[in-house]
Design a binder for this molecule. Structure first.
Ligand SMILES: [Zn+2]
Ligand SMILES: [Zn+2]
Length: 175
């Protein structure tokens, strides 16, 4: 059964800056900020305070995430948009049409216009947050949930316990 759905995210601040995925000292001295770059290095993102212990990391099996990742699913973490900064480069936005999203939510995805790396997405479903692709930060964050499991293929196996497997949207993650 095929259908359409999805939610993803974004948002930004542009300044200038540094590079590669690594921990950098935090301005407030508590949690470390983390930075990550696209494959070609043109874009660098920073998450102020890092992901934190309660990071909402998840795998999304929706059809747009499959196509836009060129793979089976997308690995994403939901972070407060105020904590996501673009410190180098200018990401290219892709405003996904509502018709490609069964929820009818507007979704905008951002990627590197040079190398095509998916960066983060934003959705009306969670206007205060951004869905950041965890690969930019080394995929060190294990997924805590899987969403749109109904779009997964019969030969795929869950990576999370049954209670963390959701047939559809991101509701439990963005609440
Ligand atoms: Zn790039
Ligand atoms: Zn998705």
């Amino acid at each position: 059964m095929k259908g359409r759905q999805h939610t993803d995210i974004c948002r930004v601040d542009v300044s200038t800056a540094t590079s590669k995925p690594c921990n950098i000292p935090s301005s407030n001295g508590t949690m470390s900020d983390i930075e990550g770059s696209c494959h070609c290095g043109a874009i660098t993102l920073r998450i102020v305070g890092g992901f934190g212990d309660d990071a909402k990391s998840f795998i999304c099996h929706c059809e747009p995430c499959q196509v836009l990742s060129g793979s089976l699913f997308a690995c994403t973490a939901f972070v407060a948009s105020k904590n996501l900064q673009v410190v180098r480069g200018t990401p290219k936005p892709y405003k996904q049409s509502r018709e490609t999203n069964s929820s009818g939510m507007q979704v905008t995805r951002h990627f590197c216009g040079d190398c095509g790396t998916p960066l983060w997405g934003e959705s009306e479903v969670a206007p205060s947050g951004s869905f950041v692709r965890t690969a930019l930060f080394g995929n060190t964050l294990p997924p805590k949930a899987e969403v749109f499991w109904k779009r997964a293929h019969e030969w795929e196996k869950p990576m999370v316990p049954p209670g963390a497997l959701f047939e559809a949207g991101h509701g439990p993650l963005t609440a």
